[in-house]
Design a protein around this ligand. Structure first.
Ligand SMILES: Cc1ncc(COP(=O)(O)O)c(C=O)c1O
Length: 459
């Protein structure tokens, strides 16, 4: 641990403070019974990677509202873009009128996926803009079915794709998301996700990608005819809610080849891992040479304003006029925030202390956090696995026999919060580290020191 003059969390009251308590009580009375509350925190205002609660306690934000606040809280460049747009107009409905701000946003997004094919042709992409991740996923599934004329969709165990009917059907994590809501969408199958730390199907860390591909071909395709029935395979290139899992390098290329063999659309759900978080604009770009047919984006795209995108190859986006739309989708104020976010991600606007652009910063600071956490594994044997890419990092807690230790994870999460570090669980026994991409090495060190102190207190 190094001595530091960096900004530290400031806790002015015992937690929760009186104002937090009062709002939590009202919240519990009047809001939906479905909301989860991992610990008592009620934000009042934010600045960069810091959030201050309604009692004046300032916390370091290591989860960015589930990987959403890409540029931190109240980034001046984002605030200014939002203000400028809302003074012009807040809505006209993209389903009916084109708007320059959404046209240029689409042009800007596709630049990150379009490429020149080996035969010299330019592969063009198109964009449908919605409001949320689940909507992007619904649009992707509708498009895949409409384009292929097939109905079956394959997803993965441990995945999360959203809460609408199509999206929860595809979701393969926690049964509470589905219990009591059926019937769900028909013609959906789940296959294991290749988790190198807990390899499925009797495989190993090295062979788990191939094992899942073999399972598809040798087991699932014995009962579901791939070239007749399967419209799409949807997969998170790095699994988020399931535990911040990075698959082995051969998995996505193998999946691409399998989809090509059977004419299946490959959908990459980049809602959580996309938008620069892994050090590349899209997480799949960490795997050489893989290109999906459809991409879903949301969360980090506009630093907290609600907008999502379903992007597809032009050759795939063949649904007819009027077949899909949304009243609010592609809202111009949210689109302005997305432009401002892209300015910082691409480096047209620099953030002090974060190098050339926020993608580079995510990679550099992420590498630093990963290496520090891996060092901590020697001191804390219950840290079974430290994994991730960029600022998409998972910390898995295990019992001495190696099985997941959800209880210890929950205790660690609460104890970190009590020391002023906002964090969030995922998977069975994982804490996810998904801070704003403006996190500096200094602030990262502050967070790591809190984690180290907390873990010592749990021994
Ligand atoms: C990979 C993934 N897809 C889709 C979604 C759904 O997004 P939303 O909550 O915006 O509907 C999520 C949300 O956590 C996600 O992580």
């Amino acid at each position: 641990m190094t001595a530091t003059t960096a900004r530290q969390p400031e806790l002015k009251t015992a937690l929760p403070g009186p104002n937090t308590k009062a709002i939590m009580e009202r919240d519990a009375k009047h809001l939906s019974t479905s909301y989860m509350r991992p610990y008592p925190f009620v934000p009042d205002r934010g600045e960069g990677v810091w959030l201050t609660d309604v009692d004046g306690n300032t916390m370091l934000d290591f989860f960015a509202g589930i990987a959403v606040s890409t540029t931190g809280h109240a980034h001046p460049h984002v605030v200014q873009a939002v203000q400028a747009q809302i003074e012009r107009f807040a809505h006209v409905c993209l389903t009916d009128y084109p708007q320059e701000i959404t046209t240029s946003l689409a042009e800007r997004l596709v630049r990150h996926v379009e490429r020149t094919l080996p035969d010299g042709r330019h592969e063009k992409w198109r964009v449908f803009l919605g409001n949320s991740g689940a909507e992007a996923v619904e649009a992707a599934v509708k498009l895949a079915r409409n384009h292929t004329g097939r109905s079956h969709i394959i997803s993965t165990i441990g995945s999360f794709h959203g809460r609408t009917y199509g999206a929860i059907t595809l979701t393969g994590s926690k049964t509470k998301y589905k219990r009591g809501f059926g019937p769900l969408l028909p013609n959906v199958s789940h296959v294991p996700y290749p988790n190198p730390f807990r390899p499925p199907l009797g495989s190993t860390a090295e062979t788990c990608g191939q094992a899942v591909l073999n399972y598809l071909e040798d087991v699932l395709f014995q009962t579901v005819i791939p070239a007749d029935e399967v419209a799409a395979i949807i997969v998170e290139p790095m699994q988020g809610e399931g535990g911040y899992i990075v698959p082995p390098a051969d998995f996505l290329p193998g999946l691409r080849a399998l989809c090509d063999r059977h004419g299946i659309m490959l959908i990459f759900d980049e809602v959580q891992a996309g938008m620069g978080r892994t050090g590349k604009m899209f997480s799949y770009q960490n795997f050489d040479g893989v290109q999906p047919d459809i991409i879903t984006l949301a969360k980090g795209i506009a630093s907290g304003l609600p907008i999502s995108a379903m992007m597809a190859k032009e050759s795939v986006m063949t649904w007819p006029v009027g077949s899909h739309g949304s009243t609010f989708g592609g809202n111009p104020v949210a689109a302005a925030a997305a432009h401002a976010t892209l300015d910082l991600l691409e480096g047209a606007v620099k953030h002090p202390g974060c190098g050339d652009n926020l993608m580079d910063n995510a990679r550099t600071v992420g590498d630093y956090i990963l290496s520090e956490l891996r060092d901590m594994q020697t001191e804390f044997p219950f840290l079974g696995d430290v994994r991730g890419q960029g600022l998409f990092i998972g910390l898995e807690f295990v019992k001495p026999d190696g099985s997941p230790d959800g209880k210890l994870r929950d205790a660690a999460s609460m104890a970190m919060f009590e020391r002023g570090l906002l964090n969030l669980d995922c998977g069975e026994s994982v804490i996810r580290i998904s801070p704003p991409l403006i996190l500096t090495r200094e602030d990262a060190e502050t967070g790591l020191n809190i984690m180290r102190e907390t873990l010592r207190s749990l021994q």
